[in-house]
Design a protein around this ligand. Structure first.
Ligand code: ME8
Length: 663
């Protein structure tokens, strides 16, 4: 029998490959994943797409800088993006790359349709051009200088294909009117309507000055330019020209950040109208996560990375924070302080504590089996009613993508349960028959509430709710539980509880933030493989840190190169371990002219106390860097021994003077 489930297709933007994912990209992808899980729990057959936007000048340049062909560069980047989404548990059902053949074919097909329908023409584009960077510049620096290389720009005219966007002013305005929910939130809709009302200029959709792009068939050297290529990926991912076979087009929801709403709400429907293809049902533009009130960007160096947060408090906590902290659609500030505060209050003390408290009490009083409730008191009934009402409210909020409100409503039930337990005090009741019956009612009520909260929280907290599900001894998976069938009273007495697994261990705020920051620093500026890690061979006299960078078989160097490395005899003054970095020791080393702080990747092989007073070889003129957030000003030389690369410190068999240079 064919699958009768209604289909739901949603997308994130396809992200540029000239950088790696930060918390902003993670946010959109987390939102998409949450909607996907929610919709599946409501019986939909869901496909979620994300991917990588791989063409254009920026990629051309980045590949050139890396000294590798563009195709290799983007393949590496796409893999890094895909890997991160997998690692974070938010993989795409369809990961689309703009270099995929199926995408190339779809773009060429869409172009043909638009052209056949009379919406594409050849014309000339004139703009300011940087002859050094080979690119048109939209926003020149004062004095008509290139924003990248700051050299003078020239006016250049090139042949382009144009899309007749101007023909779509009225059709678009009519479309917005007929489909009032097409652009969300409302404020963005008004912005777009005014923009379109202001008049639309035709759009250049090909270039001849760029090489790295999808060719326009039969029109080389024309290649497609930016948005005609990128937007089409949503369609390529679900069948392209054969979209009807798969049945997911038009998309139900394109999730984007507010930076790219115009392209999605104006260009994209116009391209599709021109090709006479179905138009997506909704574009939702969320706000930005800001760091210290500024948009995160690599050049500002204020980028928050997801991995270090996940390593410290777990992915569920990051998801909870992203969705709970800001109103979906508005900008929000990202702060580690707020993240850890929420983690401790809502997750560790909230849901985590309720789960472990409930399980422990049932374990102790009812041998780990869900008790059968006896006569209900008004407070039990009130709690049941509030929880039942919360189901409706949470679902309604999810439906409107009001994630913060959905979580708020669900967590108010968690708080009510805490209050209930505190006032009913099941632990203070005796073993008398009447008290046992009362205890049974209280604990069944609490466990039932926990079950409902768990089901409702699942789209946001997939891993931890799965653990609570097992703890409650429930069959099947929580992911497969149909939200439409959820109601109070379904918890079967007699069910044996499963294992209590740690959910959200409480963390010390200062320490947690320090560790997240240290890990972030390390990910932003990865240590050279050398410092904490082993070198490949044990034979080199100056192995370890210095030699590891030059594995056996590399080119020879002249004496000039060698003399650039300033190695000196140092004496270790203090040595200690670094919290959260099990391989690193923090040393202070006297190198004759000064005392240096140096981190060394030897903690697994050397006791810090035993190092004090020892003479070591220090690379003194290495640029300072931070390892796990700790400044390291120099490097200690060690041999790398055996297959595991055990570090053995270089030293001397006779007395040497501190500060003496090695030659
Ligand atoms: O624009 N806060 O790719 P991109 C919230 N390739 N969301 C953020 C964010 C922040 N600080 N920073 C980024 C492109 N995002 C094009 C898209 S689609 C056919 C082509 C998210 O790598 C947000 O979703 O610059 C934003 O729209 C997207 O990343 C931009 O990603």
């Amino acid at each position: 029998m064919p699958d009768q489930k209604p289909k739901f297709y949603l997308t994130t933007p396809i992200y540029y490959t000239n950088g790696l994912p930060h918390i902003g990209h993670t946010y959109t992808t987390v939102v998409a994943d949450t909607i996907r899980r929610y919709k599946r729990m409501r019986g939909y057959d869901v496909v979620m797409t994300t991917g990588t936007d791989e063409h254009g000048v920026n990629v051309e340049r980045a590949a050139q800088k890396a000294g590798i062909p563009e195709s290799e560069f983007v393949a590496n980047m796409a893999e890094a993006w895909r890997k991160l989404w997998d690692e974070l548990g938010i993989p795409a059902d369809e990961f689309i790359r703009t270099t995929d053949l199926k995408h190339v074919r779809t773009v060429q097909w869409l172009f043909r349709l638009c052209r056949e329908n009379g919406y594409v023409y050849k014309g000339h584009y004139t703009g300011l051009y940087c002859i050094y960077d080979n690119a048109f510049v939209n926003e020149p620096k004062p004095g008509n200088l290139c924003p990248d290389c700051e050299r003078p720009l020239e006016t250049l005219t090139e042949e382009n294909y144009f899309f007749k966007l101007s023909a779509f002013q009225k059709p678009l305005l009519d479309f917005y009117k007929k489909n009032p929910d097409f652009i969300q939130p409302e404020s963005r809709k008004n912005e777009i309507i005014s923009f379109v009302e202001g008049g639309l200029k035709d759009l250049s959709i090909t270039r001849t000055t760029i090489r790295w792009g999808i060719p326009v068939p039969g029109e080389e050297p024309h290649v497609f330019y930016v948005w005609f290529d990128a937007l089409t990926s949503y369609l390529s991912a679900v069948g392209g020209p054969e979209y009807e076979k798969r049945g997911y087009w038009p998309a139900d929801l394109h999730l984007v950040g507010k930076d790219i709403i115009r392209f999605h709400a104006v260009y994209w429907p116009a391209f599709l109208m021109a090709a006479m293809l179905p138009i997506p049902k909704q574009i939702w533009a969320h706000g930005w996560f800001l760091m210290d009130a500024a948009k995160m960007s690599k050049s500002k160096g204020n980028v928050v990375l997801p991995r270090p947060i996940v390593n410290m408090v777990g992915m569920d906590a990051l998801r909870y924070f992203l969705l709970r902290e800001v109103v979906f659609g508005q900008d929000g500030n990202f702060s580690y302080d707020a993240l850890v505060t929420r983690y401790n209050s809502d997750l560790a003390n909230g849901l985590g504590n309720l789960a472990s408290r409930t399980a422990t009490l049932i374990e102790k009083n009812f041998a780990g089996k869900i008790p059968k409730p006896a006569a209900l008191l008004p407070q039990d009934e009130a709690l049941a009613k509030d929880t039942q009402n919360a189901i409706g409210e949470v679902l309604e909020r999810y439906e409107k993508l009001e994630f913060g409100r959905a979580l708020e409503a669900n967590w108010s039930v968690v708080a009510a349960a805490d209050k209930y337990l505190t006032s009913e005090k099941p632990w203070a009741l005796s073993a008398s028959e009447a008290d046992q019956a009362r205890k049974a009612t209280i604990l069944w009520t609490t466990a039932e509430l926990l079950r409902i909260v768990t089901v409702l929280a699942h789209p946001v907290l997939p891993d931890s709710t799965a653990k609570v599900w097992t703890l409650l001894g429930q069959s099947g998976t929580v992911a497969a539980f149909g939200l439409d069938g959820l109601r109070w009273g379904q918890l079967a007495p007699g069910t044996a509880l499963g294992k209590l697994q740690p959910l959200f261990p409480r963390v010390d705020k200062t320490e947690a933030i320090e560790r997240i920051e240290a890990m972030t620093e390390e990910e932003r500026n990865p240590a050279p493989a050398a410092t904490p890690a082993p070198a490949p061979a044990a034979s080199a006299p100056a192995a370890g840190a210095a030699a590891a960078a030059a594995p056996a078989g590399t080119a020879q160097i002249g004496i000039d190169d060698f003399t650039k490395v300033e190695m000196r005899v140092g004496e270790v003054k203090t040595a200690e371990r670094i919290a959260g970095a099990d391989k690193l020791l923090k040393l202070t080393v006297d190198i004759g002219t000064e005392i240096r702080q140096i981190c060394a990747g030897i903690a697994q092989f050397y006791e810090p106390e035993k190092l004090v007073g020892r003479k070591v070889v220090v690379v003194a003129n290495l640029a300072p860097r931070k390892l796990r957030g700790v400044e390291s000003n120099g490097m200690i030389v060690a041999a790398s021994v055996g297959p595991d690369g055990r570090p053995v410190l270089a030293g001397f068999h006779e007395e040497v003077e501190v500060g003496a240079r090695l030659k």
